[in-house]
Design a protein around this ligand. Sequence first.
Ligand SMILES: Cc1cc2nc3c(=O)[nH]c(=O)nc-3n(C[C@H](O)[C@H](O)[C@H](O)COP(=O)(O)OP(=O)(O)OC[C@H]3O[C@@H](n4cnc5c(N)ncnc54)[C@H](O)[C@@H]3O)c2cc1C
Length: 454
Amino acid sequence: MSAACALAEAGFRVQLVEQRGYLGGRASSYLHPGVGEVIDNCQHVLFGCCTNLVGFYRRLGVANRIYWTSEMTMIEPGGRRSALGPFSLGPFTLPAPLHSALSFLNAKAFTLADKLALARAMRAMMKPATLIDTRESLGAWLRRHKQTEGALNRFWKLVIASALNAEIDAISVPYAAKVIRELFLNSAQAGSMGMCTVPLSELYASVPRFLAECCGSVLLNAHVEGAAWNEDSAQWLICTRTGELVSDYVILALPFEAMQKLLPHLPAEEGAEKLARQIERHQHWPICSVHLWFDREVTELEHAVLLDREIHWMYNQSKLQTGRGGHYIELVVSATRFFAALERKEAIALALRELAEFFPRVKEAKLEKVALVKEMHATFGVPPGIDSARPAAHSPWPNLLLAGDWVQTGWPSTMESAARSGHLAAEALGLSAENPLRCIEPDLKPRGLMRFVR
Ligand SMILES: Cc1cc2nc3c(=O)[nH]c(=O)nc-3n(C[C@H](O)[C@H](O)[C@H](O)COP(=O)(O)OP(=O)(O)OC[C@H]3O[C@@H](n4cnc5c(N)ncnc54)[C@H](O)[C@@H]3O)c2cc1C
């Protein structure tokens, strides 16, 4: 979608082809038949540093549908809270990377030993060396940097493992360092968290309109089954389940396993085998979400990090999404194959039991309806060495570009990586068509003292 809109705006006649009956892919919403409500397949958060995603939303005219906040509440079982966020007193703020230092020092969720260990690790992650993939896992790196149990369980295995959606032993250090720098060190703006105030698919409802205004179109329910290159006309013939299409250029913006299925139906070309080997190295991680409707408010908080339990994040959707009635709470469980393997009944019972430990009002509230969404192929992992398995936008085929969150963007499996990959593919296509474009949005510059960290 990001590639299509950027190219359409630049004057290309674009047709966006999607196998499903709606847009959004892994970040979409739908009417859940069990509860009769439109729900997101999972809460999707973005951050201030997601400049290409925000640029895409701006292009679509939907950037005002994102609610931004810099406050994060960590809750321990029993209900004790620690509020984290940048300090400000009128116009006075603290310079990055110290902008949230006061709330961190005050946080009851961490002991003094935890705080010292975390500060040491964050300082080490500021060094450029942590941005080089030495094939060491984050788990090994953290053991080497003597992280305490509290720091490991309440920060690294929760916040960072969730952001990268994998266990710490399956995460490469440069990706963890990138998250730490962007979310906690570079600036308060880069780390501010964005949440959509409408169901995700409402954001993308503007895509067909935007493309139509630029002489483009969207073709839904059209599964692409193969493509053939016509040397004479220098065009692609795209075979979909509903018919054939002809195009000068193609961008394949598929998840890696869909790309793997399509590969045998593309022309034989030097380099295709290498791509197949790269794809084989990717692995998926699951994310689960439990959607609960109560008869009354169980918490006044908009969102929270839940410590020491299977459930990780709470989003109060009745507060976050404007126009929602009722008392709708969404719980997110990242990177745990254990929770994903539970039966529906067991998973919901566990989630409810744990939620009551954080919010006692849950015990008195009546659960009106509930939905469990398990996304087994939610994101790809970023283990040490993964960069060599992420292809660039240029593919082995003429006039065919690759996009999707898993291609070479430097970002983990996120909407920002997807949007960025689309902009990279659009720029590559523009170059081939001798119509150079500038689509990539610049990164936010580090602020305060972080400007001097090289
Ligand atoms: C449960 C869950 C929670 C997540 N949480 C977050 C989060 O909080 N923040 C964040 O930034 N990211 C999050 N992500 C990751 C984010 O959703 C993805 O990184 C992003 O959506 C990937 O976009 P994409 O365009 O690369 O791929 P996709 O979204 O997978 O889009 C690919 C599209 O291609 C279509 N397609 C596939 N094969 C064919 C074919 N043969 N013909 C035609 N069409 C085809 C698919 O239907 C799909 O619409 C989450 C993902 C999940 C599943």
